[in-house]
Design a protein around this ligand. Structure first.
Ligand code: GAF
Length: 382
């Protein structure tokens, strides 16, 4: 959690509204492995991080609600009985969507004011959107005593993203952000929404993120396209999700689907398996195997699922050339954002430096390096 961020939000709230708002911190997430498996009912292996959204929230008696995004210097006013989505791509839909989804569940909330600020780099694929959604639903749940469980809250956040933002996301980001455990990653079964926490201590290795600082424009529509391709194949196979399918099942319908979609479904089946094997490798402290699975994940995302981009592939190739990196892959939805690297601790800075130079030479732009701490999920701040 970032105390500085909380203080900034608190100060601003005091200036604009009052001195004693409810304070919520909601983290972003990383994902060790298990990409595009969540909406296929599979396994993912994320963790909440020490970067996120701090929100100050309080009841309002002015007859309207106000939401202020401090970093963007942007605000909206809205009335609870006249909710509708705002313009496409705006931050406002994350807030409005959550409010609308709460109302859809027949819960009554009153007017409120909220100010928030984040320190997750935008477009980095570290789930600032889930952090924002969770901070809003968590704050409103407390403020108006709505009685939602954490699981109900993440489902509200997810639906807000489906219906107001227009991205048919899975549940990984909201889950990790809400249920994160300090120093742990969560092996989440997206079918049952049950997870097992794994204490992460890679001894002389660590996780390091490198941000391409790009976000290619097709990402949202490409995401939805992939989700519906997977759902259609599951239908053809007569199963609820690809989680229930095997490679052999897929072989049987090979003539009924395009070669591209065959590869996508195959990727999903293989990635679900890789994720379970990664958890076993961590249990056995076998970092070489974990690293190989992480490289395998990238290979699938690049060549089969086709959600990578030149910048991400370049960073992963740089990692492959360095024996101190055991594994690297793109993280999150794809088409930009970060790679996650499993690297020897005392070599991390050197690798970061040489990669930054190579990246600049190749693309004429900067990449950014982050070392993150695994942290607790969404919580109130005293
Ligand atoms: C995005 C989505 F929001 C997640 O639900 C997940 O599907 C991820 O992309 C890919 O693994 O972050």
């Amino acid at each position: 959690m970032s105390n500085k961020l909380i203080q900034e939000v608190k100060e601003e709230f005091k200036k604009v509204f009052s001195a004693n708002p409810l304070l919520v911190f909601s983290p972003g997430r990383i994902n060790i492995i298990g990409e595009h498996t969540d909406y296929n009912g599979g396994f993912v292996f994320p963790a909440a991080i020490d970067k996120g959204i701090a929100a100050a929230i309080e009841k309002s008696d002015t007859g309207t609600c106000t939401a202020i995004a401090m970093d963007l210097e942007s605000s909206i006013e809205f009335e609870l009985d006249k909710l509708k989505p705002s313009k496409e791509g705006s931050w406002e839909n994350y807030v409005l969507g959550v409010v609308a989804e709460i109302q859809n569940r027949n819960k009554v909330i009153g007017d409120f004011n909220i100010i928030f600020k984040g320190n997750i780099p935008e477009g980095a694929g570290m789930s600032s959107s889930a952090a924002l959604e969770n901070s809003v639903v968590f704050g409103l749940n407390k403020l108006f005593d709505l009685g939602f469980t954490k699981t109900e809250m993440i489902l509200i956040s997810q639906k807000a993203e489906h219906n107001y933002v227009g991205v048919k996301c899975g549940i990984m980001d909201q889950y990790a952000s809400m249920f994160g455990v300090k120093d742990n990653a969560l092996l989440l079964d997206c079918n049952t929404l049950k997870s097992k926490a794994y204490k992460i201590d890679f001894k002389d290795h660590q996780l390091m993120l490198i941000n391409t600082n790009v976000k290619h424009s097709l990402s949202d529509s490409a995401y939805n396209d992939r989700r519906s391709a997977c759902e259609n194949i599951a239908k053809l196979l007569n199963v609820a999700t690809l989680r229930e399918a095997t490679e052999e099942d897929l072989e049987k319908i090979i003539d009924k689907i395009t070669p591209e979609n065959y590869q996508k479904a195959l990727y999903v089946i293989q990635e679900i398996d890789r994720t379970q094997r990664a958890a076993k490798a961590i249990e056995e402290n076998n970092l070489e195997t974990l690293g190989a699975l992480i490289y395998g994940s990238h290979n699938g995302l690049q060549h089969q699922y086709k959600v990578s981009c030149d910048e991400l592939d370049f960073l992963v190739n740089q990692a492959k050339k360095n024996k101190n990196v055991l594994g690297a892959r793109m993280m999150g939805g794809g088409f930009g954002g970060c790679t996650i690297n499993l690297i020897k601790k005392n070599e991390a800075k050197n690798f970061a430096k040489s990669t930054a130079i190579a990246y600049k030479n190749k693309f004429d732009k900067e990449c950014s390096v982050y070392f993150i701490a695994l942290s607790d999920g969404t919580h109130l701040v005293k």
